[in-house]
Design a protein around this ligand. Structure first.
Ligand SMILES: NC(=O)c1ccc[n+]([C@@H]2O[C@H](COP(=O)([O-])OP(=O)(O)OC[C@H]3O[C@@H](n4cnc5c(N)ncnc54)[C@H](OP(=O)(O)O)[C@@H]3O)[C@@H](O)[C@H]2O)c1
Length: 474
């Protein structure tokens, strides 16, 4: 069976790819906007493109039996319109290519009370399944997904771990039905070979519980005592700011999620248990424990921040034209390049930024205050990196073993910035590049010169110092 997986750089897509490749009868084709972010391999090829580019869709869908649709455009302001167009293009291209089945994962919830984000997910499902005479659609619907790295799970984890006492909005009493990430992936994977005629909507979820029970359930699962006091004066806006400050998600994601919490998201059919009797939905607290264990063991396969978004709309190859640069150079002085490489690849997250952590912390806090990521995204894995990983408010956009790490700044800035480490001719080059936007950008750079002088110089020295002492990791 030849399967097309779209959204293969995304949170669900990366995990589903992993699961599908464990099924020997499947050949996989990944449809991605940026091929450098994913890995091809045996039984797995890559087609670069976009659902807004018909020619690339045609190439991707040639010879495909089943196509997964795991796409959304939430990063754009007009995402509803884009999502409608994207789903229409995809469905029509599938029909033209003779694809037999589309498998889509959307959200639980009803149209009448849906948030803007959920409405867009519902519209996508309706469009994909609007031609039952020509193509079959399996429309899965899931609520809060409990898995390491999922946005909802990171919010729950951060709130509970950081706050022993929580004043919460009234919405914490709204009912939901969370589902373990492992179950979601299993349903999606098994759906490829399921014998079933016609379209179907399959709702997935475990126990019914309120968001308050969700938070307290997490606390119970990890052995913490927490107190929640719901109060009436928490407006959605205030709640979104609070989530932005206390958790890794930026304001745009927090406000979309908060809007969705006003209405119940419950399973409305038993199709999951009828069609997939072998899957016994994991209990909420077991799903929490499994996710926490994955984080502890650094086995996080994907995170909500993996999606490349706007980071790849920028040309990362023209850094030589940057208006401002700060370059520091030191000789390796006998330290193995592989040690230096491993050391700069460990930057960020709990490990920090090689000195002046207070200044980095202040910069991160300012970023949070203006709705950015701040330093709270941390790292997916403390030691290894892959292109597309987020590190605090940076994104890895180039990685060349024992040679180069290039980070693109995703902090709120009046311009575009990169930080690069490169090993060349026995020396380490550390360069910060900045393309200012207008006068504000120029003033920003000049205002930071004294800090850059301290931070960047200290950074390369401390990095080399650590590299010379670092034990090799095998
Ligand atoms: N994650 C959850 O907690 C959750 C819960 C319930 C339901 N769901 C549903 O599951 C589905 C997948 O969600 P997710 O969390 O995995 O999303 P995600 O991490 O944001 O990934 C979305 C993917 O869509 C790709 N994409 C966007 N526009 C595209 C286009 N025009 N052409 C080709 N690819 C495009 C993105 O590519 P780039 O990486 O290149 O930008 C990205 O890989 C969604 O329908 C969502 O509603 C998710």
């Amino acid at each position: 069976m030849t399967i097309l997986l779209t959204g293969a750089n995304g949170y669900i897509g990366r995990r589903l790819k992993h699961r599908l490749l464990q099924m020997p009868q499947i050949r996989l084709r990944l449809f991605v906007k940026h091929g450098q972010v994913v890995m091809a391999g045996e039984r797995c090829e890559i087609v670069e493109g976009s659902t807004f580019d018909t020619e690339s869709l045609e190439r991707a869908l040639k010879g495909i039996d089943t196509a997964y649709y795991l796409i959304h455009s939430m990063e754009s302001a007009n995402y509803r319109e884009l999502d409608r167009q994207s789903a229409t293009n995809f469905r029509d291209a599938c029909i033209r290519a003779g694809v037999k089945r589309i498998i889509y994962l959307g959200g639980l919830g009803e149209k009448e009370s849906a948030s803007e984000h959920l409405l867009s997910r519902i519209e996508t499902g309706e469009i994909l399944s609007a031609r039952p005479d020509q193509i079959q659609t399996f429309w899965f619907r899931a609520g809060v997904i409990i898995g390491s790295g999922s946005a909802s799970f990171e919010i729950i984890r951060n709130l509970v771990e950081k706050l022993p006492f929580m004043i919460t909005p009234k919405w914490v009493n709204t009912l939901c039905q969370p589902t373990a990430e492992r179950d979601v992936i299993e349903y999606l994977a098994l759906a490829a070979a399921l014998r079933y005629e016609g379209n179907i909507i399959i709702d997935i979820g475990s126990e019914r519980m309120s968001y308050k029970e969700l938070l307290l359930g997490y606390a119970h699962a990890v052995g913490l005592e927490r107190v929640l006091v719901p109060v009436p004066f928490f407006t959605p806006k205030l709640s979104s700011y609070w989530l932005t400050l206390m958790t890794p998600v930026p304001y745009s994601v927090a406000s979309a999620l908060i809007e969705g919490l006003k209405s119940e998201v419950l399973v409305k059919n038993d199709n999951a248990s009828r069609l997939f009797p072998a899957i016994r939905p994991m209990k909420y607290e077991d799903a929490v424990k499994a996710a926490v264990e994955e984080i502890k063991n650094t086995q996080v396969l994907s995170r909500w921040s993996d999606t490349s978004g706007t980071a790849w709309e920028v040309d990362h190859s023209a850094l030589a034209d940057a208006v401002f640069t700060d370059r520091q150079v030191v000789t390796l002085g006998g330290v193995e390049p592989s040690r230096v490489y491993a050391t700069f690849c460990s930057v960020g997250g709990d490990r920090g930024w090689f000195g002046y952590e207070l200044l980095w912390g202040i910069r991160g806090f300012i970023d949070k205050l203006v709705g950015g990521y701040g330093l709270s995204r941390g790292r997916r894995d403390p030691h290894t990196l892959r292109i597309g990983d987020s590190i605090d408010f940076w994104k890895v956009v180039d990685l060349q073993e024992n040679e180069r790490l290039l980070l693109y700044a995703q902090m709120k800035l009046p311009g575009k910035a990169w930080l690069e480490w490169r090993i060349k001719d026995g020396s380490l080059y550390q360069t910060a590049y900045f393309y200012p936007q207008g006068l504000a950008g120029r003033l920003y750079w000049y205002a930071l010169i004294p800090f850059h002088f301290l931070v960047f110089k200290g950074m390369i020295n401390s990095l080399m110092n650590e590299a010379s002492k670092a034990p090799m990791r095998f």
